[in-house]
Design a protein around this ligand. Structure first.
Ligand code: PEP
Length: 246
């Protein structure tokens, strides 16, 4: 299975989200080998969930709290997400790591809560520009995985890993196919050897209709996590079409 995932971040209000799904659901989405997941803002989850009811498009959230309930002003729990039939949740996006101090230990807690409550996590990892320049890419990725995945129990859930080099996010400069291939190979091997995990690995970072065919052709790339290009329904659909053609 391949995954074409939209991360709308803090964009698209309710009416814009509804317009998007109206347009998307009119298109041919019959490919069974590619799952589309839309991750709107929390405030749009309810309407998007209703709008997706008769479609095969799935619903994701952009974050969740590691506690199941309690005095955590401004936070959202797993059971609140499940009320909207939200099956997926993005964890560890670099923007949350950077602006909200989300560290790997917090992600480990979140992964435990999410998995224990039957949601499917999309875990994001990636190195910064300086870390790549200093040849620290693999040690950074290893560290992020070691802590986030420590003692997690996946059970019957699905878990996806998104390799998102921080320097490629929102910059218009996607990683080269050589870099993506090298990192994905490393991650596949590391996950198997250290966690006995064989899970889908996605690429994220300035994916566009222009570069998506070349990236999806890379062995081991199981889909995309898409920010900017997911805000325009036609561009997002073009990327989906590029995925299903290959
Ligand atoms: C993202 O935010 O996960 C992302 C990949 O953004 P963009 O596609 O804009 O680089």
């Amino acid at each position: 299975m391949r995954y074409c995932i939209a991360n709308w971040k803090m964009n698209l209000n309710i009416s814009e989200s509804i317009d998007f799904i109206r347009s998307l659901s009119k298109k041919n989405l019959q490919n069974n080998k590619t799952t589309i997941i839309l991750s709107p803002s929390f405030t749009s989850l309810s309407d998007v969930s209703k709008g997706l009811k008769k479609t095969k498009i799935q619903l994701g959230a952009q974050n969740v709290n590691s506690n199941t309930h309690g005095s955590y002003t401004g936070e959202i729990s797993v059971s609140m997400l499940k009320e909207f039939e939200c099956g997926w949740v993005i964890l560890g996006h670099s923007e949350r790591r950077q602006y909200f101090n989300e560290e790997d230990v917090i992600l480990n807690d979140k992964l435990n809560t999410v998995l224990a409550n039957g949601l499917n996590p999309i875990l994001c990892i990636g190195e910064s520009f300086d870390q790549r320049k200093n040849n620290e890419t693999f040690s950074v990725l290893k560290h992020q995985l070691d802590i986030a995945l420590n003692n997690i129990e996946i059970g019957n859930n699905k878990i996806l890993l998104a390799y998102e080099p921080v320097w490629a996010i929102g910059t218009g400069l996607a990683a080269t196919t050589d870099i993506i291939s090298e990192v994905i190979n490393y991650l596949k091997e590391y996950l198997m050897q250290n966690f006995s995990l064989n899970i889908p690995i996605l690429y994220g970072g300035s994916v566009s209709k222009e570069n998506s065919s070349a990236i999806i052709d890379i062995k081991g790339v199981d889909g995309f996590l898409i920010g900017t290009s997911s805000l325009d329904v036609n561009e997002f659909y073009d990327i989906y079409l590029n995925m299903i053609k290959r």
